[in-house]
Design a protein around this ligand. Structure first.
Ligand code: ADP
Ligand code: MG
Length: 689
């Protein structure tokens, strides 16, 4: 019932044009809301005209003629009992002119403007009235839809009309599902009535609220759509809870050994989160948990211990990172800690030579490797685990939607599903997180390891580059190391790499007594790895890099971060980059080099960064500066393709949406499909993947 078969008289051409507007079924058409409305419900006296607002007048035609000014045009004087205006047409036919003889009555709709001491309308829509015709005014505002070339407004209106008539006959799909929810304030307008009201509002409706997108009917539709999305996300969880997973009884044998060798004590926050994870993994359905922890809060060790829970039960664990660089680092870290415990770690990334890859796949499928670390190559076809108990995704926000879908699908082939742990350093404001990740339990590592000193941050115009270079010399002479991030955002990989290469040469010339390394996206993975190793082993003093080092890289001895073109980066990204330093006990600093003059927003960002090092606080500021749509980033907002709701504008509705979704699932799970069907239609399956 979801395509256009139920609409009579729709041509293939119309279908083609509708597709350009992303309208591919009746529901799309119904939820294709007007941009604005024409008010043809009243006739305005010419003397009462207010300029620059569309309105309708009736008058007698006088002196319609062609004039040759700078442009050839037809002018008409229109007179009613109260005054007169001029109509101007630049495009007209001779028959049009002929039809407008003196004394004819004309109904005219347009936007009056003042020109000198006269009022005129350019290209109004008009209709010549029959001799004694009595004009019946519409009692509805006329919708103006976003449309496309080849699809006239009139045609689109009639299609929407047909869709609305079709909808009248569909009882269930437009059923109201919240009418008996306690605490729903006020009377609920039935769904269909709301749709009609939004498409063709009554003449006496509060027009201003419609224009401001604050009309009750609009808000209820937005609410309903947000509800549909929330429910579809929560359904992922409901389904997941019905699945089976390995029930882990932690005996602590390996964990204890590991802790004994660990050079530090876990923070309370780390221990608390690990308790939550342990409890989740002892259940017979999959854990679905998101761990948020600011940069440097120590998420890796939490991931490692979660792996150990699986391994001490003789099951496998997988750890996935979004960049090869970070995956490599994890591989090293995990190997370093696990090999002494007799736990073998396998490595998987897409660039692996065939022979090596076969070898790894073998280790994984036989279970010889209890822990597997890699990029998303881990979840591609051909990778078979023997008994995967937990899969961990680090920096999950960096994975694309497709990759995440792949990840969840991986499990569905088996009867046993892995526990899922995702980690992110991107703090998302609470209301948003609860919505986007409604299917996940949330943990927060809200404490940094002891002894960390606050990173000092300064913003400096890049005309003072030389001072900075001196600063690098000092820092390195004291045995610490530095990063220099140079990036031309949005430029191609090649250009970025070139910029890094140039900076590298420049720095090497100026700091000839230091060793400067270079890391960019164009290097082979083995080369990248070698450079990174040299940096870790202090064979390199300064690492010049593109943003390849943005996430996860952990070299505690590095204490100076220089970010070039800082004004071009977003707040979240700057915070991530800065987070590469301040990871040990050294006093660290971050220099934000910018090109003067700074724009207002860039200035705000750099100031925020200078004033706080708290990721959650920065996320809050970011939200204020940019609004949630942007904060979520294109990747995430792509997850939620909404028709009319807009997370930036409708944020305030989210708490009530959450309440309603919970109420429905608890009290009327049978109604959930109704909401999903009308908003997500065919996409329901996809959304639930
Ligand atoms: P992130 O949360 O950014 O992934 P990492 O896991 O990379 O942070 O940890 C950052 C640094 O802090 C690492 O060098 C790690 O060894 C160290 N670290 C982690 N937990 C602690 C702790 N409890 N005490 C001291 N240092 C810690
Ligand atoms: Mg990390």
């Amino acid at each position: 019932m979801n395509d256009f078969q139920d609409l009579s008289g729709i041509t293939p051409k119309a279908i083609e044009n509708l597709a350009k507007l992303n309208i591919t079924n009746i529901f799309d058409l119904l939820f294709h809301l007007p941009l604005r409305y024409n008010d043809r419900t009243v006739i305005t006296n010419i003397s009462d005209i207010t300029c620059n607002k569309e309105l309708q007048v009736i008058g007698q035609v006088y002196n319609a003629k062609v004039v040759f000014g700078r442009r050839r045009m037809m002018t008409v004087t229109l007179i009613d009992d109260t005054g007169e205006i001029t109509l101007r047409f630049f495009h007209f036919s001779s028959s049009q002119l002929k039809g407008l003889s003196d004394g004819k009555r004309m109904l005219c709709f347009g936007e009056p403007r003042r020109s000198g001491n006269r009022i005129e309308m350019i290209h109004p829509q008009y209709r010549v009235l029959q001799e004694h015709e009595i004009v019946t005014l519409s009692d509805r505002l006329e919708p103006v839809y976003p449309t496309t070339k080849g699809l006239q407004q009139k045609r689109l209106r009639s299609l929407v009309d047909k869709a609305l008539k079709w909808a009248e006959k569909q009882k269930t799909v437009f059923e109201d599902v919240l009418q008996d929810m306690p605490g729903m304030s006020g009377e609920i307008i039935p769904m269909l009535e709301m749709l009609n009201e939004v498409h063709k509002p009554c003449a006496d409706t509060d027009k201003q609220s419609l224009f401001d997108r604050q009309h009750p009917a609009q808000k209820r539709l937005v609410f309903d759509e947000l509800l549909a999305h929330h429910l579809s996300i929560m359904k992922i969880r409901v389904r997941s809870n019905l699945r089976k997973s390995y029930q882990l009884k932690s005996n602590g044998s390996l964990t204890e050994l590991f802790m004994q060798n660990l050079p530090f004590k876990l923070t309370n926050a780390q221990s608390k989160v690990l308790e939550e994870i342990k409890k989740d993994m002892s259940a017979d359905h999959p854990m679905m948990r998101l761990v948020q922890g600011d940069v440097g809060s120590g998420k890796t060790v939490v991931a490692l211990v979660a792996c150990l829970y699986a391994v001490e039960n003789n099951y496998q664990a997988a750890v996935m990172a979004p960049t090869e660089l970070l995956a490599e680092q994890h591989f090293r870290y995990f190997s370093h800690h696990l090999l002494p415990l007799g736990v073998q770690v396998a490595w998987l990334a897409s660039g692996l030579p065939a022979r090596k890859k076969r070898e790894m796949l073998e280790l994984i499928s036989t279970g010889t490797a209890a822990v597997v670390v890699g990029t998303h190559a881990l979840f591609q076809d051909g990778v078979e685990f023997k008994n995967l108990a937990v899969s961990i995704t680090d920096e999950q926000h960096r994975f694309g939607v497709q990759q995440r879908l792949q990840l969840t699908r991986k499990g569905t082939e088996n009867t046993i599903h892995p526990h899922q742990l995702t980690m992110t350093a991107t703090p998302i404001p609470r209301t948003l997180a609860m919505s986007m990740y409604a299917h996940l339990d949330h943990s927060v590592i809200d404490e940094l390891p002891p002894g960390r000193k606050r990173i000092t941050t300064v913003a400096i115009a890049d005309s003072r580059r030389d001072n900075i270079i001196e600063r690098i010399r000092e820092v390195c002479q004291q045995g610490a190391q530095a990063y220099w991030v140079c990036s031309l955002i949005e430029e191609s990989d090649a250009l970025q790499s070139q910029a890094a290469t140039d900076t590298h040469a420049h720095l090497q010339a100026q700091l000839s007594d230091l060793r400067i390394g270079l890391l960019h996206g164009r290097l082979k993975s083995t080369e990248k790895d070698a450079v990174m190793q040299d940096f870790i082993n202090k064979k390199i003093n300064v690492l010049v890099a593109t943003t390849v080092i943005e996430v996860g890289v952990d070299v505690p001895n590095a204490s100076l971060m220089i970010i070039e073109n800082a004004e071009r980066f977003g707040l979240a990204q700057l915070h991530q980059l800065r987070g590469r330093v301040g990871r040990g006990e050294k006093q660290s600093s971050c220099v934000l080099l910018y090109k003067a003059p700074l724009g207002d927003l860039a200035k705000k960002r750099l100031e925020a960064l200078r004033d706080t090092t708290d990721g959650f606080e920065l996320a809050r500021i970011d939200l204020e500066i940019r609004g949630p749509g942007e904060v979520l980033g294109t990747k995430q907002s792509g997850d939620m393709q909404m028709r009319i709701a807009n997370l930036s504008k409708d944020l305030a509705l989210l708490p009530d949406v959450q309440k309603a979704a919970h109420w429905l699932l608890e009290n009327h799970p049978e109604r959930v499909e109704i909401v999903l069907r009308r908003w997500l239609g065919n996409a329901v399956e996809y959304a639930n993947a």
